[in-house]
Design a protein around this ligand. Structure first.
Ligand code: R5P
Length: 305
């Protein structure tokens, strides 16, 4: 249940999330509290929340790329907050991990999306995130049992493309990307198409171009939610370049950039890669704080809208 809490909103973050946390605190008028996290010599986590937090509402900012390094500290912090009297605890995770294992593809595989959702739902009252990978799940409510707000990055991507690319044609590299491609292209009436992709393994995909007649002189802008191995956008780029199109611009919501992904994209012939700052990367040029702040305000009761 959402509560109204105009005076006791606090915000804290796991290391690495400080710039976004400061920007959110400023927009929301929340006080930043220090969450200390370090490792003991044996590698275990030490976690401490500074200040008197009893009877407050706390938003913890922790983007969850490379989650396996972060989860213990995150859950310790949430449990600690509850222990010392925080009334309502929220997680601001601009990138929400473990959404892609949304089906048991082979017998015996862990359905990590569900297990992870259960863990977070035990420790947090609410979650605000940006474009989670909702493919086989229609909404977070199918697996999360907490209040959630999903922010769409599309308006920020549309602005960036409209301001930076002349004559764009927005292209999705696979059927899943259609939801993002439409949301990005339609507000500015940009032409858009979707490629057909078949995945054979973590780094192995084959693709077929859609009908792009009449759009040959446009600049292809590949829009996807995630760049992980880079294999999806690299293959789409190779296909477009060998069909005679200009070097594509790649615009993604979450730039995870696994090993060798940048090299792969460069060799494929991408002209530029840009992502939102849901993950800290050199390519994270599209800011999300103005889209995230209203969602957090709703969750903490700072706004009724
Ligand atoms: C697929 O379902 C997603 O929307 C992305 O296309 C995919 O996760 C990108 O992964 P990678 O960069 O490893 O191809």
């Amino acid at each position: 249940m959402r509560t109204s809490d105009h005076t006791h909103c606090r915000i804290a973050c796991l290391p690495g999330n400080e710039p976004l946390t400061r920007a959110l605190a400023e927009s929301l008028g929340c006080e930043v509290v220090e969450l200390e996290h370090r490792r003991f010599p044996d590698g275990e986590s030490y976690v401490r929340l500074h200040g008197d937090l009893s009877d407050t509402s706390l938003a913890l900012v922790a983007t969850l790329d490379r989650p396996d390094d972060k989860i213990p500290a995150l859950l310790f912090a949430a449990d600690l907050a509850r222990d010392i009297g925080v009334r309502r605890i929220g997680l601001v995770a601009p990138y929400l991990s473990y959404m892609r294992q949304d089906q048991r593809f082979k017998p015996g595989e862990a359905l990590t999306s569900k297990t992870f959702a259960r863990w977070l739902s035990v420790h947090f009252d609410w979650l605000a995130t940006v474009d989670p990978h909702l493919h086989r799940y229609a909404s977070l409510d199918e697996i999360y049992s907490l209040d959630s707000e999903v922010v769409q990055a599309a308006p920020a991507l549309t602005d960036w493309i409209s301001n930076q690319v002349a004559d764009p044609v927005v292209i999705g590299p696979d059927a899943e990307s259609e939801q993002w491609v439409k949301a990005v292209a339609e507000p500015e009436n940009l032409p858009w198409r979707v490629i057909t992709k078949t995945r054979h393994g973590d780094r192995d995909v084959t693709m077929h171009l859609p009908d792009l007649s009449g759009l040959e002189t446009h600049t292809p802008v590949l829009v996807d939610d995630i760049i992980s191995s880079g294999g999806t956008v690299a293959e789409a780029t190779r296909l477009l370049v060998s069909a005679g199109f200009k070097a594509p611009v790649v615009v993604a919501v979450h730039g995870l950039f696994g090993d060798r992904s940048r090299e792969l994209l460069r060799h494929a012939g991408v002209s530029r890669v840009v992502c939102t700052n849901s993950v800290n990367a050199p390519e994270s040029d599209i800011g999300l704080s103005t889209l995230l702040a209203p969602a957090i305000a709703r969750m903490t009761g700072l706004s009724d809208h």
